[in-house]
Design a protein around this ligand. Structure first.
Ligand code: HEC
Ligand code: HEC
Ligand code: HEC
Length: 437
């Protein structure tokens, strides 16, 4: 589990030293006047909210924003995020005075969460302030009340000690912010109804869906023209979630989207890897109104223009061998005709995700996968690892078979892609069978 998340946020943490130019824009980026609505006198260690309703609402905001995923359940931090520029640790954000954020005032807290300005200077964008910047003042006040009700935990963290020079210089983030940080509050769109606006607010703000689901440029900035059209997370792929009927979720009903976020599965698809974690720690706690608001918003987006893939035809011998392999090793769970087991094992037949970037499928085959445990679906099914049983070509073949059977059409999975991921995920090689003489 730790490994998955480490890899997931690699790209979100990309940072770059950019020349500090255009001072007008820099002024906008650095302007923290929005934090003036918060109190600047009382420090967190000295404050204990007695507004139980606010604390309760703050807990819900914490779930929407999934703070615990990175800062740990007790908020003591120390979770390592690997970036191409070194290792970054998450901060201790419990109310401890010496090692946590006990010395922060509410205004400091607003500056950290919405502006990316922490106790030691600029924060790295692995902390998703680029999305949290849209969080409303009310949600932020409630979040502050919630953190005031948490126990202080003593745990000293030196966040960027593992970052390589010169990326350990926080000032570099001023340049990154200048290029990629849009320091503006969420804007209600009056042409749309409240439900739609609520959905957009959650997706773009606290739930930071686009941090994973939008592609990034070489400097780690999200490419806005490809908003929610799929993002590469290294050894995982966060698919297109626009209404594209092939590559995206255009064939899903509102109820299927809500079900997937609530339980990690919806008859068509079962969440694995980083999405299984997001479901477990965050989206399963969303109330039905918010789940439907998200569905309404996602379904209103323009569909990406990714065309249906052309498909890949294997040569006959390899096809027949792969079909046999499927029957022996896979069909017990995924079904003789790729029908899966509703709510437990994903179907391959009629599963739009089959034409996606194959990263997640290779990952599942190499390492196995576990569907999320949620309150509504407490027993989750497991996919066994096959790294010990199948070599790179055999894996590519069986995936090419399922990706091009039962009406599916998808591009070729190459043995070299399996080899790369086998290395990146540290999955072992196929076992050598010892032949007895
Ligand atoms: C995707 C991972 C991730 C999530 C989710 C996340 N954080 Fe962070 N956060 C980090 C990292 C990494 C740092 C350290 C960044 C640095 O030192 O530059 C950090 C730093 C902080 C700091 C600055 C602490 C200091 O001493 O300056 C605060 C405050 C904070 N986070 C609060 C939150 C809150 C509140 C939430 C939920 C609303 C949250 N974080 C969600 C990764 C995350
Ligand atoms: C930490 C990264 C991350 C975050 C944050 C995240 N996702 Fe995902 N998401 C993924 C990955 C990876 C997958 C692929 C999972 C799989 O194939 O089992 C995925 C899959 C999905 C799918 C299924 C798509 C399909 O075709 O099967 C939907 C829908 C989805 N996410 C919606 C969301 C929404 C809505 C949010 C915000 C509330 C969100 N995700 C936040 C990484 C993320
Ligand atoms: C014991 C039951 C079981 C067996 C045997 C099994 N699987 Fe799975 N498989 C699962 C489950 C359960 C999941 C969903 C796991 C998750 O999403 O966390 C899954 C997920 C997958 C996925 C990911 C699907 C997606 O939407 O991303 C692929 C690809 C896959 N299996 C292929 C195979 C192949 C190929 C074989 C045979 C070599 C196989 N499985 C054998 C249970 C099984």
């Amino acid at each position: 589990m730790a490994k998955a998340k480490k890899i997931t946020y690699t790209l979100a943490a990309l940072a770059v030293i950019a020349g500090i130019a255009a001072s007008g824009r820099l002024w906008v980026v650095l302007d923290s006047a929005r934090s003036n609505v918060a109190d600047d006198n009382v420090q967190l260690a000295d404050f204990h909210s007695n507004d139980d309703a606010a604390i309760k609402r703050g807990e819900y905001v914490m779930r929407l924003a999934d703070c615990a995923a990175c800062h740990n359940a007790d908020f003591s931090g120390g979770y390592t995020i690997d970036t191409p520029f070194g290792a970054l640790q998450t901060s201790n954000i419990s109310p401890d005075r010496e090692t946590g954020i006990g010395n922060m005032t509410e205004r400091d807290f607003f500056n950290a969460v919405r502006q990316g300005r922490g106790e030691h200077g600029f924060l790295y964008p692995a902390m998703p302030y680029t999305a949290y910047t849209q969080m409303s003042d009310d949600d932020m006040h409630d979040l502050w009340a919630y953190f005031s009700a948490q126990k202080p935990v003593h745990n000293a963290i030196d966040e960027n000690a593992g970052m390589n020079f010169p990326y350990n210089i926080r000032l570099a983030m001023a340049g990154w912010n200048l290029l990629f940080f849009d320091n503006s509050a969420f804007k209600q769109q009056t042409a749309q109804n409240d439900e739609w606006n609520r959905g957009k607010y959650i997706v773009d703000g606290p739930a930071h869906c686009s941090v994973c689901h939008t592609a990034r440029n070489a400097l780690g900035g999200e490419i806005s023209s490809q908003y929610l059209q799929g993002g590469n997370l290294g050894s995982w792929y966060a698919p297109d979630i626009t209404p594209n009927p092939h590559a995206g979720i255009g064939k899903w009903s509102d109820a299927q989207i809500a079900d997937y976020l609530k339980t990690g599965s919806n008859g068509a698809s079962v969440a694995a890897g980083p999405m299984a974690e997001a479901v477990e720690h965050s989206t399963q706690y969303f109330n039905d109104r918010d789940l439907h608001a998200i569905a309404t918003y996602l379904r209103s987006l323009p569909a990406s223009s990714t065309p249906q893939a052309a498909g890949f035809v294997m040569d006959k011998t390899r096809h027949d061998r792969a079909a046999l392999r499927y029957e022996v090793d896979c069909s017990a769970c995924h079904g003789l005709s790729g029908e899966g087991i509703t709510g437990m094992v994903p179907a391959f037949a009629g599963n739009g995700a089959m034409q996606n970037d194959p990263t997640n499928m290779i990952h599942a085959l190499l390492d196995g996968a576990r569907a999320p445990h949620t309150a509504d679906r407490p027993t989750s099914a497991g996919m066994p690892a096959f790294s010990w049983k199948l070599n790179d070509q055999e894996m590519a073949d069986v995936l090419n078979y399922v990706r091009n059977s039962w009406g599916n059409q998808a591009t070729e999975v190459k043995a070299s892609q399996v080899a790369d991921l086998r290395k990146a995920t540290g999955a072992g090689a196929k076992l050598k069978v010892l032949v007895m003489k």
